[in-house]
Design a protein around this ligand. Sequence first.
Ligand code: SF4
Length: 325
Amino acid sequence: MRQDSLLSIHHLRTRFHTYEGVLTAVDGIDLEVYRGETLGVVGESGCGKSVTALSILRLLASPPAEIRGKVLFDGENLLQMSLDEIRQIRGNSISMIFQEPMTSLNPVLTVGEQISEAIKLHQGVTREEAWSKAVEMLRIVQVPSPDIRAREYPHKMSGGMRQRAMIAMALSCHPRLLLADEPTTALDVTIQAQIVELMERLKEEIRTSIVLITHNLGLIAEMAKRVAVMYMGKVVEEAPVEDLFLEPLHPYTHGLLGSIPWIGRKMKSGRKQLQEIPGMVPSLLEIPDACRFHPRCSRAMEICRKEEPPLVQKNGRRVLCWLWK
Ligand code: SF4
């Protein structure tokens, strides 16, 4: 573990006990987030990226969820803290931005009340001080007329404005770590660009580390320094962003990159045309005792169908595939 590691995840495993059986959403992942960096986590829907973020902050009801492993934040294991201790961390040292702000903003409180409540809870300031800090945060995230907007309810705002309000709330206590789960997916392209610029600027100003969870590789390319690719609950590849885009090692990453349009840029493979990854993601209730990507992999070998691939370290990168053994 490097000295500048802020979050260190060891063998995180999250399973759900359902009527149909045990569903393994996150299956023994290891990840590091360094101070001041943005780590991208990418993968298809259901690959376990959002469950990873919710597990870090213990926001999953248990039961049915069962979270195992270690999540060290500044050396302290979040999974072993008492509920009071973890509540102190949430919204204070670690904040989260969700994809759809309406599901996380309270519809019966004004936006200003919600932001100031978070500030009052974690910073022990008076009601008036918390309110003026809330208005200031809305100003920082470029909400026009923030003192008027602070008195409005979430449903009166546009999607982009609500997302800004949620970012204001998430950053109001100057968190050291921000978990941003699809922060721009519900927004149109121009608003997306503004939100990205805003997060970048705030990251510089507040020195927050960001875990950016998304299926949008363009967003990863723009914001992240390193990227982890997840498939069926596993990190199958991890690399600096540029290396991963120029030369993906894992066949799944290759497929993901092949399915997005590129302008004026060729990969080492010389790929030009859009490709698709054949087949469907198998059920998480029936994880094969082999490489879990093998039913969809064009390079699958005999051993891939029989044994789980090893994690191979290669030039500062990690890849879970028999090809590189
Ligand atoms: Fe494909 Fe085999 Fe690598 Fe799995 S281990 S991704 S099946 S080559």
